[in-house]
Structures are given as structure tokens and as C-alpha cells.
Design a protein around this ligand. Structure first.
Ligand code: ATP
Ligand code: MG
Length: 158
């Protein structure tokens, strides 16, 4: 199976870097033809004055570009990898961008920057799995020990 257009959604988290590594393997093995790195800068609430809003927007956009830059480094030099920054609610922006531009696969981390909750899925990955028009490759955080290496952990999930 060969995916022509692959969309990699990243928020700069450890798990999204794991997702980037999986996308890189797809590219190297010829399972993906081209990859777009997408980071979405969440919408700002409009309660501040316009000058503050503009300043916050600029800061957020430059943060988005930093996320793109660090993700690009995982791929090294490749003319088959490009990047975009979008603005809006992340899950909706990811799904809309993928559908509008006819992507064949979305690669996403199971969790992101918010490491506080014990949930298996973050809200962005949860919504993308629901609303994406195409298959989604959900990449889990790196673990040295598998659940199935430890009887206590297995009994915790069954
Ligand atoms: N702003 C974003 N732009 C692009 N991709 C994103 C963005 N936020 C999250 N993602 C993608 O979704 C994956 C899961 O992140 P998500 O935000 O769902 O989890 P979380 O931060 O742990 O929890 P939550 O944000 O719901 O509190 C990330 O690894 C990344 O691939
Ligand atoms: Mg998040």
C-alpha cells in the first residue's frame, strides 16, 4: 500500500515527535510519497484589545514555526517534506485541511502537550479519529517496557 499524500499533525510534544519518526519510516520505505507537517495555532479568545491580540497572534505564529522547525529536523533534508501553519481549533483545522487537500493518511500522536490527565487519548486525537475523511495512524508514546511485559499492568487493563 502506498499513500500519496500524508499529513503529519504536530504540537511539538514528545509523542508527536514519535509520530514524525513513524512518518519518516513510511517515507523511507516508499509507503508514503510526500509528507506535509501541519501545526495548528489555536484561536485566541477576542476579549483582549486589538493590539494585545495582534501581539499574541505573532507570538503564537512564531511558536508554530518553531514546532515546524524542530519536526523538520527529524526528517533531515528532503524535497518530499513540506510544512504549513494553520489557525483555528486544532482537530477541526486538521480534518478540514486533510479533506480539502485530498490527503490519504493522517499521522497523529495519541497524546500531546498536556501530560496531566491519565487518559489514553487527548481531545485532538480523539476528535481527529472521529471526523477525519481518511485513515488515521495513531502513534503512541515511546515506552521501554510494554504493557504485556508486566502482569500487574495487564491486569490493570483487562
Ligand atoms: N495544535 C495542534 N496542531 C497540530 N497537531 C496537534 C495539535 N494539538 C495536538 N495535535 C496532535 O494531536 C496529538 C494528540 O494531542 P492532544 O492535544 O489530543 O493530547 P493532549 O495535549 O495530551 O490532551 P488535551 O490537549 O486534550 O488536553 C499530538 O501528538 C499531535 O499529533
Ligand atoms: Mg493538546
Amino acid at each position: 500500500m502506498r499513500y500519496k499524500k500524508v499529513l503529519l499533525a504536530t504540537d511539538g510534544s514528545e509523542t508527536s515527535f514519535e509520530a514524525a519518526k513513524k512518518a519518516k519510516i513510511l517515507l523511507e520505505q516508499g509507503a508514503a510519497e510526500e509528507i506535509t507537517i501541519l501545526t495548528v495555532v489555536p484561536s485566541l479568545d477576542n476579549h483582549c484589545d486589538p493590539t494585545t491580540i495582534n501581539m499574541l497572534k505573532e507570538q503564537a505564529a512564531s511558536l508554530g514555526h518553531e514546532v515546524i522547525q524542530s519536526t523538520k529536523e527529524i526528517f533531515g533534508e528532503s524535497d518530499r517534506v513540506n510544512a504549513v501553519v494553520e489557525f483555528g481549533p486544532p482537530a477541526e483545522a486538521i480534518c478540514q485541511y486533510a479533506a480539502k487537500n485530498n490527503y490519504d493518511l493522517i499521522v497523529i500522536g495519541s497524546r500531546g502537550l498536556n501530560t496531566f490527565s491519565g487518559l489514553l487519548l487527548g481531545s485532538v486525537s480523539h476528535r481527529v479519529i472521529h471526523y477525519a475523511h481518511c485513515p488515521v495512524l495513531l502513534v503512541k508514546p515511546y515506552r521501554e517496557v510494554s504493557y504485556f511485559d508486566s502482569p500487574e499492568m495487564v491486569s490493570g487493563i483487562v
